[in-house]
Design a protein around this ligand. Sequence first.
Ligand code: ARG
Length: 460
Amino acid sequence: MAQVLWSGRLEAKPEAEAFDFESSISVDARLALDDVRGSRAHAAMLGSRGIIPAEAAAKLDEALAAISAELESGALAIDTNVEDVHSFIEGVLTERLGDLGRMVHAGRSRNDQVALDVRLYLKRVVPELAGEVRSLISALLDRAEEHAESVMPGYTHLQRAQPVTLGHHLVAWCTGLDRDAGRLSDAVRRLDECPLGAGALAGSGLPLDRAATAAALGFPRPTLNSMDSVADRDFAAELSAACAILMTHLSRFSEDVVIWATEEFGFIDLAEQWSTGSSIMPQKKNPDFAELVRGKSARAIGDLVTLLTLMKGLPYAYDRDLQEDKEALFDSLDTARACVRMFRGMMASARFRRDRMEAACVGGFLEATDVAEYLVRKGLPFRKAHEVAALIVRDCIADGQKIVADRTLAQLKVRSELFEADLFSAITPAACAAARSLPGGPSPSAVRAQIAELRGRLKG
Ligand code: ARG
C-alpha cells in the first residue's frame, strides 16, 4: 500500500482489499489537471500571504507546472495504488521536493480540494457538452429546413391526428434540446464559486486569501459558507438532473426513430453505418443506435437517483459517502455526451421518405378537423361543425372511403349546405398543414420562422 496522507494518527492500515475499497483514484484520476491547477493557486497564495516562504511557493509552482505538463504528455502516469488523485499529486510533489512538497497542504483539506477540483472539471466539460447539444440542434435544424414542406401525419395517442410537416416535428425536438443546453449553462453559472479555503469544514486560522485564489482560478467569488462548501453536492444533482432530462428527450426522439424505421411506417431509412445487422436473420437492418440511446437514458436517470439518495441522509458537513458522487456524476455527463454525438451522426445521415410520410396522411381522416374549421369559417358554431365532420367520417367509413375528398359535393351537402367545391383543395394534407400557419405551427412558413429563431439563439 502506498503512503497515505493521514498516516500519523493510525498505526494500523487497511488490508489491501479494504484499501482498494476505500480508494477513489480509478474514478477521480480524471481530476488530476484540475487538482494541479488548484494546488498552484493555493501555493501561490500561501507564498504571497507569507504563510510559506516566497521561494518555497516559487519552487512549488515550478514543480506543479512540470507535473501538469508531464500529465498532459503522458510522461507521468497516475499511480492507481494511491488513495485518491489528491494524495497522488501531493505524493509526487513531496517525492520531488521533499519538505517543500509537504508545505502545500497548509490551510487546506481534501474536502475543499475535491469540491474545488470537481467544480473546475465541470467548468471545463459542461460547456463542451452544451456545445455538443447545440451542434445536434444545428444538425437537426438543417434537416428541418430540408423538410419544411414534407407533409407527414402528426400523432396523438400514436393515432394519426392532423397533418404536420417533418420540419415541424424536428423543430419540436430542437426546442426541447435548446432548453437542455440552457439548463446545463444555468447549472454552471450556479456552481461558479470557489470552495478553496473552506478546509475540512471550518476554514482555517491561517491568514488565507480566499478572494485571491478564487480570482486566480477564474471564479467570480469564493463560496459563502465553509460547511456548505464541503457538504453540499447540489450542483452535481442539478447537472445530473439536466443530463437525465436531456437523455429522456433523446430517448423519446429515439423511440420516434425506431417506430419510423419499421416496415409498417417506413418514414426513415437510416444510413447503413448507423444500423446493425443480425447474426442469424440475413435480411435485418436494425436501429440499434437509437435503441441504445433510449436504453442509456436508464443509466442517466439512475445516476440522478444515486446522487439524490446519496445525499438525503448525510449529516453536515463532509461525509465520506460523498466520494461516491463522482462516479454517478461523471457517468451522467459521459453518457449524455456520447448519446448526443451518436444521435447527431444517426440523424444527419438518415434519409427521410417523403412518399411514405405523405401516403400515411391518407386514411385515418387527418383532415377531419380542417373540415370542421372550413364550416366554422362559413359561420357554423364549432360544436356543430365538429358533429358534421364526425358524421361525414362515419359516412366515409360506411361507404369504404378513405378520405373525405372521396365523397362528392352532393354527398357532403347532405350533411351541410355550407360545403362548396373549394372544400376539396382545402383538405389535402399539404393544404391542411399550410393552413396552420400560426406562430409555432406546422406550416412551412411557421416552421421556417421557428428555425430562424432557434438559429438566432444558437448564435447568441
Ligand atoms: N476522495 C475523497 C472524496 O472524493 C477526497 C476527500 C477525502 N476526505 C476525507 N475526509 N477522507 O470525497
